[in-house]
Ligand binder design. Structure first.
Ligand SMILES: Cc1cc2nc3c(=O)[nH]c(=O)nc-3n(C[C@H](O)[C@H](O)[C@H](O)COP(=O)(O)O)c2cc1C
Length: 351
């Protein structure tokens, strides 16, 4: 690719990022969301005698070598435009103030145009947080090298890298990259070469057993389940489609994927024992408590933080405060003094 072609590619990526930010704020993009959340069929065990003080509950967890005050990550979202840079700073300031972790959006734009690096740089406002860099796994088939991916992650001071798998989004996006042949092997090789812990995630269509089995031998530090039930990328791409054909395709596949609860269970069962981040439509600390009781190591939420960050840092901090209070209350009511004790506190699974 010539310098001019790279600059043009970066402009296209950057414009697409801004379109996504506008659509997710203005349109309804969660066609599969259940009113009571993705784990509403998981009934936690109520304890009339919790035998623990609410104030004595410990929500801390260690993930990828860093301590989180609450088991919550701001999900991978953005970077690559001025607007995205401002949002990243707000999200990062929130993570630093509240003791949670943060995942950056795809760094493809800054690899294409290093001038966009600063839109991902947040260490000035969040020196201590767990920070996870992000890149589309399909970029490995488009000529991006593991060294470039590691360099992009190190330039923003990330602690780890996550490869996203977004076949449904790419299939609907008119300019999408759909070269997914041989990707599992490419991920395994890249992970060997990158000198940072690496994970994989979906973007809202979840993991089946066979997808996880294809990654069984990869040296992955974690998997993020990102099931269907929250933000739908086929739908978002339908809403930005320029022609009726791709609009129709996106609407047809708006509800495609492995639902969040099944994806989480698949990751826990077939994820070769790696720590699992539960995500895809989680919106409350009670959703989080249910995922943690099932066995997740931590939780990620994306869309609610994007909406809050568009308004301000106080709104982002309110999201965290709600999640924390709801999680603490669920732990108190199940008599779970800490997150290890919360695991398995399930009375029944309905439906
Ligand atoms: C505005 C926006 C941008 C996103 N960009 C990325 C991205 O660059 N890389 C990625 O892995 N996932 C991306 N996602 C997907 C989320 O990380 C997450 O997997 C998905 O939205 C499901 O979680 P949610 O229902 O809590 O939003 C994005 C989500 C949103 C809302």
């Amino acid at each position: 690719m010539t310098t001019e072609q790279a600059a043009e590619a970066a402009r296209t990526t950057s414009a697409r990022k801004d379109e996504h930010l506008t659509i997710v704020r203005e349109a309804a993009v969660e066609p599969g969301r259940r009113p009571d959340g993705p784990f509403s069929h998981i009934v936690l065990e109520h304890q009339a005698l919790p035998e623990v003080d609410l104030d004595g509950i410990d929500t801390t967890v260690s993930f990828l070598g860093k301590r989180l005050r609450i088991p919550l990550l701001i999900g991978s979202m953005t970077g690559g435009s001025a607007k995205a840079g401002e949002i990243n700073k707000r999200l990062a300031a929130t993570a630093q103030a509240t003791g949670i972790g943060m995942c950056l959006g795809s760094q493809r734009a800054m690899v294409e145009d290093p001038g966009l690096t600063e839109t991902y740089q947040i260490r000035d406002v969040a020196p201590d947080i767990l920070l996870i860099a992000n890149i589309g796994a399909v970029q490995l088939r488009r000529g991006m090298s593991p060294a470039q991916i590691e360099d992009a992650a190190r330039r923003v001071g990330a602690d780890a890298v996550v490869f996203h798998l977004n076949a449904a989004q790419e299939a609907v996006q008119p300019e999408g990259d759909t070269c997914f042949g041989g990707l599992a092997e490419a991920i395994s090789k890249a992970v060997q070469e990158i000198g940072l812990p690496c994970g994989v995630k979906e973007v809202g269509c979840g993991f089946s057993r066979s997808a996880l089995e294809r990654l069984a031998d990869a040296d992955l530090a974690f998997i993020e389940s990102a099931g269907f039930g929250g933000t739908s990328w086929p739908l978002i791409e339908a809403l930005r489609a320029k022609g009726p054909l791709s609009a129709r395709l996106g609407v047809t596949f708006a509800q495609w994927g492995v639902d969040s609860a099944t994806s989480l269970q698949n990751c826990l069962r077939y994820g070769a024992g790696r720590p699992i981040v539960a995500s895809g439509g989680l919106r409350t600390g009670l959703d989080g408590a249910r995922a943690l009781a099932l066995g997740a190591s931590t939780v990620a939420m994306a869309l609610p933080f994007l909406k809050a960050a568009a308004v301000g840092i106080a709104e982002c901090e309110f999201e965290v405060a709600c999640f924390e209070q709801e999680l603490r209350t669920a732990m108190f009511l199940t008599g779970a003094r800490d997150l290890a004790a919360l695991r398995g506190r399930i009375a029944e699974t309905t439906g």
